[in-house]
Design a protein around this ligand. Sequence first.
Ligand code: PEP
Ligand code: MG
Length: 756
Amino acid sequence: MTAAAAARQILIRLHEVMASRMHAQGKLDSVVEIIGETLDSEVCSIYLLRESMLELFATKGLNKSAVHVTRMAIGEGLTGTIADQVETLNLAEAKAHPDFQYRPETGEEKFHSFAGVPIVYRERAVGVLCVQHVEPRRYEDVEIEALQTTAMVLSELIANAELVDEEEARSLSEGLTGTQTLDGLTLVKGLASGLAVYHQPRVQIEQVMADDIEAERARVYRAFDKMREQIDNLSSQAEFGVGGEHEEVLETYKMFAYDEGWSRRINEAIDSGLTAEAAIERVQQRTRMRMREIDDALLADRMHDLEDLSNRLLRIVSGQLGTAASQGLRRDTILIARNLGPAELLEYDRRRLKGVILEEGSLTAHVVIVARAMGVPVLGRAAGLRGIIREGDEILLDADQATATVRPNAQMAEAFEARFAKSRKKQASYATLRDVEPFTRCGTRIQVMMNAGLRDDMSALATSGADGVGLFRTEFQFLVSATLPQRERQTKLYRDVLEAAGDKPVIFRTVDIGGDKAVPYLASNEASNDENPAMGWRALRLALEREGLLKVQARSLLEASAGRPLYVMFPMVSEPWEFDAAKAVFEDQLAFLRSKKKLIPDAIYYGAMLEVPALAEVLDLLCPKLSFLSVGTNDLTQFLFAADRANPLLAERYDWLSPSIMRFLRRVTQSTAGTEVDLGVCGEMGGRRLEALALLGIGFRRLSITPAAVGPIKELVRKVDLAEISEAMTGWLADPSVNLRDEVSRWATDRGIETD
Ligand code: PEP
Ligand code: MG
């Protein structure tokens, strides 16, 4: 008999039992009879988890008086081992197994062979189904498969009849008990605690047994088609980013998606009478078990990819397509994902989202910038998180120390809470600096501005005491919107932002889409074919060609700023003519508004971002045209080092405090010195203490940073003597054999300046 036929025979009979009006206990009693008979086994027993113990719930062949009497701890005896390891055991001689334990009340001494499979519900073992035989023999593969399929059906019965306590099951099994720690890379500092929620939740299987096998087969075929189509299109999605490692993952995905063996096995599972969902899960369980026996890191990685894909297939087939955001967060949450796009993160409820843990991620990826702006700590590069964190696990995220504690004990939670309280106190101490102007020790006023991108961010202006908004990323509105924001909506946003800013200036940057900020409604063939989107058709390049887009934005900004000054800044200017062309679009719109006798801004200040290194060579040509220049160090450094800012493999490779970056930036300050141009930095580095110190040391007097950094940077500014740091920087940059980070850090520590 084939595995499918054996399983099918059992399933048909189980179907009748499950559909009957029998009580759960009666159903379990019938199940053991059916299995025992079909597999020609003298004993068949079901153990279920109750009060943290595996209790014999039903048996054919053992003493009936042992039912609800025999109990084993998880990890104890053969049954306990199966539940603990979530593993199948198939033994010709049970007594020979080191974990064997004899229970006299069962009368099992006469049985030699033993096979058992875990009953798994929501990835946890909630019981064990086992068979025993007098003769010493190993059970055949088909029999084991039949048992495993039955165990799936049982898990449905158990869940519906509420035979086990789910919470209890959650904390046991799969070795995912007790505390574990996860290390990674700090992407956004901070502390947070909450329950783990996977961005792409696992699908809950509602029905295991098929009513109509052909219909299930058709569903699976359709899902396969759809999944293959998705995989082929994946490269344009934020989840995957671009380049290097991603491409490899994508190749593996493609390989699995088109793997005949995989689809054939799912088909066979459907033949045995399972629904499409159960069949996919069944095959996945089997693969998981096989893989567990092979100790190979590379294969384990591939296994994660297959899990991902299998879950994707399940989502398609079950129609449970949404991310955790669409289901809404119910409690304080630590979000878990491989990677996220900025728009995906913005979909989450800010009140409940406390922290993020990513398998990938890098410091200047836009999703991280968004998280920083939201004040949500992020731990990145947390390899192997899927093997450690289960949905719903309690997590203490300490992004300051680049670690997370999963399933903490009470003491750990207490110690964490104490640290958390201390850090909140520290934050509160920055609030006292809110109205203090950031003068250096030597009396120079430094402009400490903040970066923003959404209407909600503006409240931070008052709480942080920033001097204004040095970078308003207007594209965020485009990212969170399903369609291109129309003029009225844009105008309203800009007006609201200006209103919230009061007298403080707001520098609006025109749309910077493309790169890792892809918007589907603008996905033109040109953009999606970019092999290097960061260096492709993005930002001002795109805006100048989609002139309609820039025109609408110009009109909206001009109208919103009527009666007050407008500061507008163009991203990714690579040559001066691009600045001229963009300015001309604004000037045209201004002329139009004038001709219509509309109210216009009091003054317009045009600025450019220095993000493309080539622009630094022509500052003498550009500066006379500008009111201000803002260095976008996120992009600038990715281009200087030719290191993709979103590539997790390069996340830690190059240092902002390197002689190449610092010497380059110093040349920029020298080129603008003596001009009318107001120079600043608006990349992430300005918000980090040591980097900010170095920037002050090479001549920057305006920093626009993430709101949470405003307090710490103001505090730093007040402790600095500019002549002193400038002299020190000159020395270090003249002698690149020194480690700049160490030197700056030592310098700061000597002067009582905090360095992290
Ligand atoms: C930058 O590139 O440094 C910058 C500030 O712009 P963004 O991070 O939005 O690309
Ligand atoms: Mg940029």
